[in-house]
Design a protein around this ligand. Structure first.
Ligand SMILES: *Cc1c(COP(=O)(O)O)cnc(C)c1O
Length: 469
C-alpha cells in the first residue's frame, strides 16, 4: 500500500515513511492511494479473534511494509489485558433504548486516545530502531493528548517526549497522571502561562528548521495516519461484537472535535464494513454539525471557541476533516487544494451541492448537544441502565438517541471514563466519582516536572540538553 497527499503534491510513500512525518510537503494529509476492501468472508473469518490479532489483521492491510511476524508482535504488545484491564480490551455494554456503549477508555489514561497511542508507541520504537535513528517528540497539552502520548512512549528506545503544559492549570488528577512518570525519556515542562502559550512555543520551535533538524523534532498529533488506522480496528471489533450475520448493519455515534475518531469509522465503512449511520456529535462548538446540516465549512477562531464541560471537544478547526473532503470530492486533489486555498482566503468553503450525498452515500448524520443536555443525559443514562458516562460520551448518547432505528444496533463510542471529569458528574448526580482502584494512590506519588518561564529560548535550551541523540 502506498500513500499520497490529499493535495496531490507527494510522491507515493510507504506506511513507515509517513509514520514519522507530520503534514505532507504540500500541506496536505497522507491518505491510502487505494483502500483495501473487506469481503463478507474476510469479516466472517475474523469473528472470535482476540483484539490484538484482529488489530494485526486490519493493520497489516495498511502497514504492509512491516513484516507480518513483526507487526503481530507489535499489536500483541500494544493490546494486552494488563494495559487495558480486561481480556476484551474493548468491552461492549448495553445502555437500553437500542444503544450500547463501546468501551474505548480502559487504557492507562482513561480516554480513547490510548487505543491508537499504544500501537503508535510500539510502531515508533520499531521503525526508529530499524532505521537506526532517534526522534524527540515535542507537544503541548491541556491534559488528555499529552498523557496518552507519554504513557505510550514511556521507556521506548530511540524516542524522548517533551510535553509542555500550563503551570497550575490542570486538574490535580491530570497533573499526577503526567508528572508521576519517572521514565528518563519523559520530560514534563510546566510553563508559566496558558495552554495557548504552550502551543505557541511548540509552533515557534517546530518552525525553527535549524533547531528541528539538529534535535530531530517530531510530533504525535491527531493527523498521524497510524492513529487513524489503529482506530479502524475498534469499529470492526464493535461490528463483530454487535452482529451475528454478515449483512447486519450497525450505526456508530461518535463524540467529535478534530474529526479523528469518526474519520476511522468512515474509512471502515468505505472498506465495506456494514455501517448504516455515522452519527457525529458535537458540543456547543458545532462547526462540524453545521457542515453536515448546511454543507458550509466555517471554522472559528480561538476567541469564538467556547470552554465547555466536554473540553476535549472544544475544537473549531478539525484537522482531519480534509481527509473526508478528499473522498467527498472523489479524490480530486486539485479541488481539495483549491478548497483549502479558499478557506485560507475567505474563512470558509461551500459544498452544499454535495449535501444529499452526506447521509445517502456516506452515512453521515449529525447533531449538537449542550451543557444542560450533558447533565440530563448523564442522569437519565445512570437511572435507566446503571452505567455512569463521562460528559463527552454523554454528547454522543444525546445525539445518538435521535437516530436510533429498529433492528439497527447503535454503538456509542465511550471516549473517556467519568472519573476524569468528576466535577461535571457531581453537578449531574450530586456525588463525585473515585478513580479506578489501580489509580487510587496516583495523587500521592512523587512528581517530576521542570518549571520554565514562558520563553521559547528556555524551552529550546532544555530540549537541547535532554534530547535523545
Ligand atoms: C480527543 C477527544 C475527543 C474528540 O475526538 P476527535 O477524534 O478529536 O474528534 C472526544 N472526547 C474525548 C474524551 C477526547 O479525548
Amino acid at each position: 500500500m502506498k500513500y499520497v497527499s490529499t493535495r496531490g503534491g507527494m510522491a507515493p510513500q510507504s506506511f513507515s515513511d509517513i509514520l514519522l512525518e507530520g503534514l505532507a510537503p504540500d500541506g496536505g494529509l497522507a491518505v491510502p492511494e487505494v483502500l483495501p476492501r473487506l469481503s463478507a468472508e474476510t469479516l466472517a473469518g475474523w469473528r472470535g479473534l482476540p483484539y490484538a490479532d484482529l488489530a494485526f489483521e486490519v493493520l497489516s492491510l495498511f502497514a504492509d511494509d512491516i513484516p507480518a511476524d513483526d507487526l503481530r508482535r507489535l499489536t500483541r504488545a500494544a493490546y494486552t489485558e494488563q494495559i487495558f484491564g480486561s481480556e476484551d480490551i474493548v468491552p461492549l455494554r448495553p445502555l437500553g433504548g437500542g444503544l450500547s456503549l463501546l468501551g474505548l477508555s480502559e487504557g492507562p489514561t482513561l480516554a480513547f486516545k490510548d487505543m491508537a497511542m499504544q500501537f503508535l508507541g510500539q510502531v515508533f520504537e520499531y521503525v526508529l530502531t530499524k532505521r537506526g535513528t532517534t526522534l524527540n517528540i515535542l507537544g503541548a497539552t491541556s491534559g488528555d493528548t499529552g498523557s496518552a502520548a507519554e504513557y505510550a512512549l514511556r521507556g521506548k528506545k530511540g524516542v524522548a517526549v517533551f510535553m509542555l503544559s500550563p503551570h497550575g492549570r490542570m486538574s490535580a488528577f491530570q497533573r499526577a497522571q503526567m508528572y508521576s512518570l519517572q521514565d528518563p525519556n519523559i520530560h514534563n515542562i510546566a510553563v508559566h502561562g496558558v495552554f495557548d502559550d504552550c502551543q505557541d512555543i511548540v509552533k515557534a520551535l517546530a518552525g525553527d528548521l535549524k533547531f528541528k533538524a539538529e534535535c530531530r523534532i517530531g510530533a504525535v498529533n491527531s493527523i498521524n495516519w497510524a492513529r487513524i488506522a489503529a482506530q479502524v480496528v475498534y469499529y470492526i471489533h464493535g461490528w463483530l461484537k454487535a452482529t451475528t450475520r454478515a449483512d447486519q448493519q450497525v450505526s456508530f455515534a461518535v463524540p467529535s472535535g478534530n474529526f479523528g475518531n469518526i474519520l476511522a469509522g468512515h474509512i471502515a465503512r468505505r472498506m465495506g464494513l456494514p455501517v448504516r449511520h455515522l452519527v457525529l456529535a458535537t458540543n456547543e462548538n458545532n462547526v462540524l454539525e453545521e457542515f453536515f446540516r448546511t454543507g458550509v465549512y466555517r471554522p472559528r477562531p480561538a476567541v469564538q471557541t467556547y470552554a465547555t464541560s466536554s473540553p476535549s471537544m472544544d475544537i473549531s478547526r478539525a484537522s482531519n476533516f480534509e481527509r473526508f473532503v478528499y473522498d467527498l470530492v472523489g479524490g480530486d486533489a486539485a479541488r481539495v487544494a483549491a478548497l483549502w486555498k479558499e478557506l485560507a482566503g475567505t474563512g470558509q468553503f461551500d459544498l452544499s451541492s454535495l449535501r444529499p450525498a452526506f447521509a445517502s452515500q456516506y452515512g453521515f448524520v449529525a447533531g449538537a448537544s449542550s451543557h444542560a443536555d450533558r447533565l440530563a443525559t448523564i442522569r437519565s443514562t445512570y437511572d435507566e441502565s446503571g452505567v455512569l458516562i463521562d460528559p463527552h460520551t454523554a454528547d454522543g448518547v444525546k445525539v445518538a438517541q435521535a437516530y436510533v432505528e429498529p433492528g439497527v444496533p447503535m454503538l456509542v463510542l465511550e471516549t473517556a471514563l467519568p472519573a476524569k471529569f468528576s466535577d461535571t458528574i457531581e453537578e449531574a448526580l450530586g456525588r463525585r466519582v473515585p478513580p479506578p482502584a489501580a489509580l487510587a494512590d496516583l495523587e500521592s506519588l512523587p512528581q517530576r516536572v521542570q518549571i520554565l518561564d514562558c520563553d521559547a529560548e528556555a524551552v529550546k535550551a532544555y530540549v537541547r540538553t535532554h534530547a535523545a541523540l
